[in-house]
Design a protein around this ligand. Structure first.
Ligand SMILES: [Ca+2]
Length: 135
């Protein structure tokens, strides 16, 4: 698990190499649940795609661990991120999309009035920072 100070450092690093995480970049219009695509084959044996490991979130947990109830599911966003890396799409576009997709699943799971939603958003940002550093 990534500590908060490491998350801060990685996030600062992500922003220093050209990411600008303004609200307009990460805010999403709809909170529709992002599922695992039907063409995604889960495989933990190693490098399964041309670039990405098809193991959902690789070095991070596949869910936001809600201490008060149900977890938000990040498998769909991570699976789409893996497929995006294997496509010609720019990595930065894939990374921002991952953040947007995780936020969608946070918003799908927790209402706007639930404080767990913002904790889930924070976790999404940490994951985002982690993939940026790992790539
Ligand atoms: Ca992966």
């Amino acid at each position: 698990m990534i500590t908060n100070s490491k998350a801060f450092l990685t996030l600062t690093f992500a922003m220093s190499i050209g990411f600008t995480l303004t609200d307009s970049v990460i805010q999403v219009a709809s909170a529709k649940f992002v599922s695992v695509p039907s063409n995604y084959v889960y495989d933990t044996s190693g490098r399964s795609g041309p670039v990405a490991r098809h193991d959902y979130c690789t070095n991070s947990p596949d869910e936001f661990p809600n201490p008060f109830g149900g977890n938000a599911d990040f498998r769909g966003p991570c699976a789409r991120h893996d497929l995006c890396y294997d496509s010609p799409t720019d990595k930065k576009v894939c990374d921002v999309r991952l953040l947007q997709d995780m936020r969608k699943n946070c918003a799908d799971k927790y209402s706007a009035f639930n404080p767990v939603r913002s904790a889930c958003y924070d976790t999404a940002k940490i994951y985002f920072a982690a993939v940026v550093v790992a790539s």
